[in-house]
Write a protein that binds this ligand. Structure first.
Ligand SMILES: O=C(O)c1ccccc1N[C@@H]1O[C@H](COP(=O)(O)O)[C@@H](O)[C@H]1O
Length: 215
């Protein structure tokens, strides 16, 4: 089971979180986000993390060349495309960066969102289903109606995002057959600063249901 914590901006928090058993750390490469971190700071953090930690850059409608430059500068292991990037965009990125994990975020609005996600299966490694909120690309802190995805089991691993917290994580795994979780605003003191106590609570909650969790 994969645990991704997103929106890190400093090395101490990133290392502390990695030592708690979180396997994936996300960095917001979107300039108008309050969680934005510049590439040179991402690189400084990535260099100080254990090599088994996946490091993901989150982008919203950036150009392929911008993403490629940032991945090369920072040594990220993957990218999360959180905007309206199309299939051709993912294919292009795959050709230029063949060994990088591509995560496509789909913002769940209604039943149609499943079909939207399905289109990306041949061209991405992982799907991430976040909550649709008009005018906001991510970090909404709001859940979608998980009941609508009770039976969702695509042929790619998928992560649930959007308002996931230590308080609702057990419900998430009781409702969904996801391969992992992605948390950001519900485990922060303020945008860009993570709440390590809340992340500890999350790990304790997950430990209590570990027999029910996916591998
Ligand atoms: O967090 C942001 O500021 C952000 C900005 C632009 C695109 C995505 C962003 N965050 C992603 O949003 C989801 C869910 O976050 P939350 O738990 O609801 O706060 C997560 O995948 C973040 O990577």
């Amino acid at each position: 089971m994969r645990i991704k914590i997103c929106g890190l901006t400093n090395v101490e928090e990133a290392r502390a979180i990695a030592s708690m058993g979180v396997d994936t750390i996300g960095f917001i490469c979107v300039k108008d986000s309050p969680r934005y971190i510049p590439p040179f700071s991402i690189r400084a953090i990535v260099e100080k993390l254990p090599p088994q930690i996946s490091t993901i850059g989150v982008f919203v409608n950036a150009s392929v060349s911008k993403i490629v430059d940032i991945v090369r500068e920072t040594r990220l292991t993957g990218v999360q495309l959180h905007g309206e990037e199309d299939i051709a965009f993912c294919e292009q990125l795959r050709i230029i960066l063949p060994s990088i994990e591509i995560i496509k975020a789909i913002r769940y609005k209604d039943a149609q969102s499943r079909q939207e996600a399905e289109k990306y299966i041949p061209v991405v490694d992982t799907l991430l289903i976040d909550t649709y909120q008009k005018g906001i690309h991510g970090g909404t802190g709001t859940t979608f109606n998980w009941d609508e995805l009770r039976d969702y089991r695509p042929s790619r691993p998928w992560l649930v995002a959007g308002g996931v917290s230590p308080d609702n994580v057990i419900t998430a795994f009781n409702t969904l057959q996801c391969d992992g979780i992605d948390l950001s605003s519900k485990v922060e003191v303020k945008p860009g600063q993570k709440d390590l106590e809340k992340i500890k609570q999350l790990i304790i909650k997950l430990e209590s249901i570990k027999n029910k969790l996916p591998n």
